[in-house]
Design a protein around this ligand. Structure first.
Ligand SMILES: NC(=O)c1ccc[n+]([C@@H]2O[C@H](COP(=O)([O-])OP(=O)(O)OC[C@H]3O[C@@H](n4cnc5c(N)ncnc54)[C@H](O)[C@@H]3O)[C@@H](O)[C@H]2O)c1
Ligand SMILES: [Zn+2]
Length: 359
């Protein structure tokens, strides 16, 4: 079994890479999972993979039941988390019991949050099934829900006990979700690893064709990059901010277009805008900017878009929970494979960058 460790002292855990779910019970045994398990999923993944996973667990002697909430970000709320907690009570889960989060980022964030608060904290395992969750949300221990229109405003840090990646689960993912997830994958290349960036350029066809060995390689490199950043900064006070590359403008666009574009699509535009600001400052060359745009284009990202009023986008950026007293923090590339955080980007530079990415 291929696996890597996320080194966080007492909170350390392994991420393993697979092409099916058959290795799950061996992993659970290795981490000393209890007999009582609650598999948390959503109504889409329920029909795709829950039977198989529950079947495997039961045959191995686990007392496993499944709880599914309605799929979609609009259900990422306290109500759903309380639903998970109720299922824990009905299944008579105690402090030694464990939650398995089977699904995308919404499932992982909510199952993780329920694990953080049920009986003041029980263990959980991530089994991510979207590219976004395999490349980003399942690693790092951030859990939570949206509240009163604010994304992830209530939550907790709780690291999982294991992350089980089955890349074959991506085969049923809608194409748009797959592309959206590629946004975070490409981001990891730009912020930390030029060789990985090149790999993504040279293997576009195999990635899109979802060749298992290509997906495993991609997933492993992704997780290594995300894990390295999390290891240096578990609670996001320093370098973890680098993961925000493309997100300052990306988040604002996402909200300005009322979420009609996916997160990844907006991050793609945000990465181009941030790279343009860096290029205008002489931090990266025009050729590097082109390489970034070309890579996104080759994976099917829009590299330009119709944008609403620029002032509105800037206003949203200032009200983002990651801006400190209205000061905008940007992550800009120094070259492909390295970024730095800056706080002195002027409105004029942002306006020019928005112009650059607009139709
Ligand atoms: N915790 C973190 O560090 C972190 C990081 C990034 C994003 N997030 C969160 O992740 C969430 C987005 O994650 P997401 O994009 O995975 O969303 P999601 O969980 O809503 O999944 C997207 C859609 O794909 C469906 N789906 C899941 N797996 C599938 C499969 N294998 N085949 C077919 N359909 C499948 C889901 O039911 C859903 O409809 C957001 O809420 C975001 O805030 C968290
Ligand atoms: Zn993101």
């Amino acid at each position: 079994m291929e696996q890597m460790t996320v080194n966080l002292g007492q909170n350390s855990y392994n991420i393993s890479f697979h092409t099916d779910f058959n290795g799950l019970c061996a992993v659970l045994e290795e981490i000393g999972a209890p007999k009582k398990l609650l598999v948390v999923t959503d109504t889409n993944v329920l029909g795709l993979y829950a039977d198989e996973v529950i079947g495997l667990l039961k045959r191995a002697g686990y007392d496993a039941v499944c709880y599914a909430f309605a799929a979609g970000e609009e259900n990422k709320d306290m109500q759903s988390v309380l639903g998970i907690c109720s299922a824990c009570m009905e299944h008579k889960m105690d402090r030694s019991s464990m939650i398995l989060a089977l699904g995308g980022g919404v499932v992982g964030d909510m199952a993780g949050f329920a694990a953080a608060i049920y009986m003041r904290g029980i263990r959980y395992v991530q089994i991510p099934t979207t590219l976004l969750s395999q490349s980003d949300s399942s690693v790092g221990g951030k859990t939570g829900v949206d509240f009163r229109g604010a994304k992830n405003i209530i939550g907790a840090f709780l690291q999982p006990k294991h992350v089980y990646m089955n890349v074959s689960a991506l085969k049923t993912l809608p194409k748009r979700e797959f592309i959206s997830g590629m946004g975070e994958v490409i981001k990891h290349g730009i912020i930390r690893d030029e060789v990985f960036f090149e790999y993504l350029s040279e293997n576009t066809r195999d990635v899109k064709a979802m060749k298992p060995e290509t997906l495993i390689y991609m997933c492993r490199n992704n997780c290594r990059i995300k894990a390295n950043v999390v290891e240096l900064d578990e609670k996001e006070s320093g370098v973890r901010a680098h993961l925000n590359f493309g997100h300052t403008i990306g988040h604002a666009i996402e909200s300005a277009v009322n979420f009609s574009r996916t997160h990844g699509e907006c991050v793609g535009l945000g990465m181009i805008a941030a790279s343009y600001i860096a290029e205008q400052r002489g931090m990266i060359s025009g050729e590097e900017l082109e390489r970034i745009i070309d890579l996104l284009d080759s994976y099917g990202f829009d590299t330009r878009a119709e944008l609403p009023d620029f002032d509105k986008i800037i206003e949203i950026m200032r009200s983002d929970k990651k801006s400190v007293s209205g000061t905008l923090k940007f992550v800009l590339p120094v070259h492909i494979g390295e970024v730095k955080s800056v706080c002195d980007v002027r409105d004029e530079e942002i306006l020019n960058a928005l112009e650059f990415i607009s139709m």
